[in-house]
Design a protein around this ligand. Structure first.
Ligand code: SAM
Length: 215
């Protein structure tokens, strides 16, 4: 997803260093410094316009949340809402997930969310898929022991790839649903913008929850 450039984005981002970190400029030695309370840290990679992470933070004030996103325009849209909402347990980070181990201390994240990640269907782009083994290696380093990873997508091919990639790594698959909205997990589900769009078209939403085995 490539969002149209927002002429106001850079100015808004520059005006709110208390809410957003640009990884290219600086990163804190610990993310907990950025929040008023030291609480378990949950990370969403590729937050888009932020519907999921904002609602997650609203419903879970006892956890801290970090929205990591590559695109300036997407981050600016989350920031615009966060300037109004002022959720104390939500921070934004502009970075590429490829650099995760430079951005996070080992075992500093309790839960990781990948929602409707770009599918990169061509085999030559496999390493860009956020569920490819090269990314799983990074997630293993930053997650606490028994930390969880959740993944949702509308894309059957990417979901099948994720199941194989996680199983082979290996991760332990704790929950798998081929139709999240029709399952008993639906009651607790917080939909993303993409999820709303695809489920309104009648497409099933695939979901998995997994954890790394203790070494
Ligand atoms: C298809 S959109 C999904 C947005 C949102 N999660 C949703 O479900 O509505 C994928 C998002 O992931 C971001 N993204 C893709 N690769 C990334 C990476 N390596 N690091 C950080 N963000 C990334 C894109 O910029 C885009 O906003």
């Amino acid at each position: 997803m490539r969002l149209r450039n927002k002429p106001w984005a850079q100015e808004l981002i520059a005006a709110h260093p208390e809410l957003i970190t640009i990884a290219a400029n600086s990163t804190p030695s610990t993310w907990q410094e950025c929040f008023p309370s030291k609480q378990p840290l949950e990370l969403e990679i590729g937050s888009g316009k932020g519907q999921f992470i904002m609602e997650k933070a609203r419903q879970n004030p006892q956890h801290n949340f970090l929205a990591l996103e590559l695109q300036t325009a997407a981050l600016a849209m989350i920031l615009k809402k966060q300037v109004v909402a002022q959720l104390p347990n939500l921070q934004l980070l502009q970075a590429n997930a490829q650099n995760l181990t430079e951005l996070f201390a080992p075992q500093s994240v309790t839960k990781l969310y990948l929602n409707f990640s770009d599918p990169w269907p061509k085999t030559r782009h496999e390493k860009r898929r956020l569920v490819a083994p090269n990314f799983l290696k990074l997630y293993q380093q930053l997650l606490v022991p028994q930390g969880q990873l959740e993944f949702k997508t509308d894309n059957r091919g990417l979901f099948e790839y994720a199941l194989c990639s996680l199983n082979n790594f290996p991760l332990h698959l704790e929950q798998v649903s081929l139709d999240l909205h029709a399952s008993e997990l639906a009651a607790e589900n917080i939909p993303t913008e993409y999820e709303d769009k695809f489920s309104q078209k009648g497409q099933p939403i695939y979901f998995l929850q997994a954890s790394f085995p203790e070494i």
